[in-house]
Ligand binder design. Structure first.
Ligand code: KIV
Length: 277
């Protein structure tokens, strides 16, 4: 499929598929990806023209207020994913397999992925890890479900590593990451997310892989970028890693709006005559 065909004469934007993403990599067109967890946000991102939405298990942090991504359940992920799917027309929706939904064995991994596809209508799943989860990746792919890998900082393993610091700075870990990325590509993954690793290493992986490599805190040498939407819109305040660019200050905007509403209610300014029946 030609990229030029993405916008047909009808004005209707063509749906993004894994094949379109592959074509974008081949043409050197960067891929945009953001997280979303609900209908209203998904609608805005899709209308803006985002290529991919990630229903990330970061919902555990930004939607539910947990400190880590570990508590979120498969049922909760399905609820978020189904809400997102109802809000989109064009972008590809990738859904995270949450902690506990795949680590047991490859049968559990496949069953969880099938629930995401059937009950939420997801287009693809994302799974954290490399060699250790390759059997699950193979089994999910054999059912015809597109799979995206996730290497580097893998937040579901936070208690193993103990920190959210930059990964694969040492040669040994970098070598293992490259091997894992190649394994995921050979298995048939349509893409890989690289989180918080040195830009030079991420660029090397993107150059050596033929599938799209999407970075978060992985520099500009990759095929696309992903951010948590609450972070880039400035809805979250405390989280300020070096890789984050804030495109709005929605926390302050929303705080101001709610304060104005409270004042208007208290002073009986709202509702006025035109705002009643
Ligand atoms: O859950 C998430 O939001 C993610 C991104 C940080 C890549 O996995």
């Amino acid at each position: 499929m030609e990229l030029d065909n993405l916008k047909p004469v009808s004005g209707k934007v063509k749906k993004i598929t894994t094949h379109v993403l592959q074509e974008m990599k081949m043409k050197g067109e960067k891929i945009s990806m953001l997280t979303a967890y609900d209908f209203s946000m998904a609608r805005i991102l899709d209308e803006a023209g985002i290529d991919m939405i990630l229903v990330g298990d970061s919902a555990s942090n930004v939607m539910a207020g947990h400190e880590t991504t570990l508590p979120i359940t498969l049922d909760q992920m399905i609820y978020h994913a189904a809400s997102v799917i109802r809000g989109i027309n064009n972008c590809l929706v990738v859904v995270d397999l949450p902690f506990g939904a795949y680590q047991g064995n490859s049968k559990t991994a496949l069953e969880s992925s099938i629930r995401i596809m059937k009950e939420a209508g997801g287009h693809a799943i994302k799974i954290e890890g490399g060699k250790e989860i390759i059997e699950s990746v193979n089994r999910i792919l054999s059912a015809g479900i597109p799979v995206m890998g996730h290497l580097g900082l893998t937040p579901q393993s936070i208690y193993k590593f103990g920190t959210y610091s930059v990964r694969a700075k040492e040669e040994e870990e970098a070598k293992r990451l490259i091997e894992d990325a190649k394994l995921l590509e050979e298995a048939g993954c349509f893409g890989v997310v690289l989180e918080k690793i040195p830009a030079k290493l991420a660029k090397q992986v993107a150059e050596e892989l033929t599938i799209p490599v999407i970075g978060i805190g992985a520099g500009n040498g990759v095929d696309g970028q992903v951010l948590v939407v609450h972070d880039m819109l400035g809805i979250t305040k405390e989280f300020s890693p070096r890789f984050l660019r804030r495109y709005a200050s929605m926390y302050e905007e929303m705080l101001g709006a709610v304060k104005n509403y409270i004042t208007d209610v208290k002073t009986e300014d709202f509702p006025n005559e035109k705002e009643q029946y």
